[in-house]
Design a protein around this ligand. Structure first.
Ligand SMILES: C[S@@+](CC[C@H](N)C(=O)[O-])C[C@H]1O[C@@H](n2cnc3c(N)ncnc32)[C@H](O)[C@@H]1O
Length: 365
């Protein structure tokens, strides 16, 4: 234990504490019968210490390293993304400080917006670290996207995130503004450019097709981004959300009964008809399978207990956008209704369904 503590730069007391709380347990034995760290324990200790150094609390670290679906390579990618994000943010802060010092030297005062702007973070730089826990390609949604891409050979994936839904049988280029998300793209994933949809750094008609999945509602200017996609590609495929129908918030029990604030999250999303018109597209429904593999907001419509899990919610931007108060209230109320049977009573019709139309639409133009 002493040797491991020395190598890791922590005290033996810390290692004892991790052992006591079950975070990292030395599982091997020395010849003399003392407990010792096996290779897997050292790997886990390294992950624990790295997450701690990044500022995660012990409980959060336990949740992160205790997730059986995340292997060592995935942890390394996530850590890498978090570190890159830190570096990017530090670079941006240094640049902002230099600008302010230069302005001060000329007697110019920065506005409050400019002063606070240096602290600003993009949503996905803040939450992206939790994304890979549950977000991955769902094969049925992927098949619908693949059909829509038709025979396109070169494909631009805008707002690509960690690369879900990127077809492996085409030549893909990805665009992703968040360093955290870029950092978590698997080894061998398509090359990724740091840019935004609203200003794509490509010539007109550079690609056979451009695709965007579950990202348009995050864009500062969705219509401008869609027009950019139209400019750089001959075909445009977009998975987005339909808020045209009156009462659309009532399609999903989660937003209808527990989180009415969801309407505010999509308040700036243009009407589906307007988005379709921007790319000359037709819309088709994308049903959400009951066992959807991609942990998107609507994924667990038939598995309500999942929304009680913090790691499930952390990979859905909606919860961060509505804020902790609404989140806690919604979760508390859902937990109560699941316990009392009220949820089951209200949603008895769902048990027999294999897929549901919860407003996801695929635009193809
Ligand atoms: C819900 S994730 C979807 C990622 C991926 N397409 C998927 O389906 O898993 C939304 C992504 O949009 C990105 N994003 C946010 N603003 C953007 C913008 N203006 N242009 C392009 N992407 C943006 C975020 O950084 C994030 O990675």
């Amino acid at each position: 234990m002493g040797r491991v503590a020395e190598l890791a730069g922590v005290s033996v007391r810390t290692l004892h504490h991790y052992d006591e709380i079950g975070l990292v347990r030395p599982s091997a034995r020395t010849r003399a019968g003392y407990r010792a760290y096996a290779a897997g324990d050292v790997e886990r200790l390294r992950e624990v210490l790295a997450y701690r150094r990044l500022g995660f609390g012990l409980r959060e670290v336990a949740e992160l390293v205790g997730d059986p679906s995340v292997d060592a390579a995935a942890h390394l990618r996530r850590l890498r993304g978090l570190l890159l994000e830190r570096r990017d943010r530090a670079d941006a802060m240094v640049a902002a400080i230099d600008r302010e010092l230069a302005a001060r030297a000329k007697g110019v005062r920065m506005t409050p917006e400019e002063q606070l702007g240096m602290l600003g973070a993009r949503l996905y730089d803040a939450i992206g670290g939790a994304y890979t826990a549950t977000r991955r390609t769902d094969p049925r949604i992927a098949a619908q996207i693949r059909d829509a891409l038709g025979d396109a050979r070169t494909v631009l994936n805008v707002g690509a995130g960690t690369g879900s839904y990127e077809p492996s049988d085409r030549v893909v280029t990805a665009v992703e503004p968040s360093a955290v998300m870029r950092g978590q793209r698997p080894a061998g994933a398509a090359p990724c450019v740091a840019a935004t949809a609203e200003s794509l750094p490509f010539d007109d008609h550079s690609f056979d097709a451009a695709m965007a999945v579950s990202t348009v509602h995050h864009w500062r200017d969705p219509i401008a981004g869609l027009r950019e996609m139209r400019r750089v590609a001959r075909r445009v495929v977009v998975l987005t959300f339909d808020t045209d129908e009156p009462g659309w918030q009532d399609r999903f029990w989660l937003t209808r009964d527990y989180l009415p604030e969801f309407a505010g999250v999509l308040a700036d999303l243009p009407p589906l008809a307007g988005m379709a018109a921007a790319i000359g597209a037709r819309a088709e429904t994308v049903p959400v399978p009951w066992d959807c593999a991609d942990g998107l907001f609507e994924a667990y419509w038939r598995r309500p207990e999942a929304y009680l899990e913090d790691r499930v919610r952390r990979a859905m931007s909606v919860w961060t956008r509505v804020g902790p108060e609404a989140e806690q209230r919604a979760v508390r109320s859902l937990r109560d209704d699941l316990g009392s049977g009220r949820w089951a009573e209200r949603n008895s019709g769902l048990a027999g369904l294999d897929a549901a139309d919860l407003g996801l639409r695929l635009l193809t133009g």
